[in-house]
Ligand binder design. Sequence first.
Ligand code: GLN
Length: 508
Amino acid sequence: MSDTDLTRLTAARTAAVIAAGEASALDVTEAHLKRIRAVDGDVHAFLHVDADGARDAARRLDARRSAGEEMGPLAGVPIALKDLIATEGVPTTCGSRMLEGWLPPYDATVTRRLREAGLVILGKTNMDEFAMGSSTEHSAYGPTHNPWDLERIPGGSGGGSAAAVASFETPLAVGTDTGGSIRQPAAVTGTVGVKPTYGGVSRYGLVALASSLDQAGPCARTVLDAAMLHAVMAGHDPLDSTSIDAPVPAVVEAARAADVRGMRVGVVKQFSGEGYQSGVEQRFREAVSLLEELGATVVEVDCPAFDYAMPAYYLILPSECSSNLARFDGMRYGLRVGHDAAASAEEVMASTRDAGFGPEAKRRIMLGTYALSSGYYDAYYGQAQKVRTLIVRDFQAAFEQVDVLVSPTTPTTAFRLGERLEDPLQMYLADLCTIPSNLAGNASMSVPVGLAPEDGLPVGLQVIAPPTADERLYRVGAALEAALGDRWGHLLIDEAPELSLNTTEAAL
Ligand code: GLN
């Protein structure tokens, strides 16, 4: 099989090709490294490519296979990790100058599980600094470009992971989602992104943004691939006190079933109208009709507290992140500035934090410190926590009537690089529909539902399931994907690679 063909396969198919001996894990790795060399100068999805590490891992796998060892369902498949996931001895910068040159002394649980399952780690992907942003423009190392149109944003904060998957540099990537950072990039790059139930995937070894919201999850080109990765990443971890101690939901079986017959689907009333691009609403409505044709019952569901999710999030997230980022003080990790003999510890901390953090990180640290200060705690943080409870109640009431909720993932398709950089509020609005799931700990997915007619850019549909019912996302996502397959060539990568890439390759 040619190098190009090897980069066009789904993860499931790649593993099958390797298992059948049609290509070695090393062939697959080399093909992807070549693709990265060819396109990443334009896309800039990667902050660090670990070519030697990937080759070593692939060679070891090939040797084990030749020795007759049984391999897992994703053995030999390449993967990229968002650059806030600790990888032993491999740079982990969080997109920040603060951690430039820092080498983690250990692997995150997610990293360890991937290695044990035989996935080949290609490198680390670009992100907004410490995962704050919706465009990857807040990376200290320059933005990632959307492969559909290099002048546009790939979403954020995990724009690198989504763009790497969309541009066929890797079939799989891992992201993290605190307010939408897996789902919003997936939507604007035409890929699949899943935020599992809070506590479904271990946070051990993930650099924390907001600990009560953060969750790692899969980025892929197909729903089944996302499910297979989900199954490998998820599961109880005693090293994370918020990790759920229960069996992983049957996500792979659900993706294979791809069946929504008899399911009750609720359309969130709050997520439409003013501010929503017409082509996004059109594709969303068509997809909802398709779900009805496939045998689901559709009703509209009112979630009034969702109107206050954004303001609540922008108090809770800065509060938690101002506390989490306090550890970057010039003493323990990475950067240290101004440590001449006469400087006090306080001066070193102040000059390190001034030089090491970009403007968005500083904005949120200041907001959070203010919201948590003794005189304002009840008025801001306390109120936001009450809103959070109301959002949880809206979800509970909704899930008494329906099995899943759906909405557009994002109000618009990918906007232009630079367009929202000077206007934080506009940037924050990209996550309007994704934030409630983080506040309540629900499982959510973004699945591509076509291209907006006015700009030809991908549109994502968000599916939301109650906590620990992640398998429902995969039933709905896979059913939509299968039904849309013949209407949208991009999804046909397995059967017709030449079809799927016209848009992407033209852009590259
Ligand atoms: N864009 C959102 C923010 O800036 C989401 C971040 C995330 O999920 N990491 O906070």
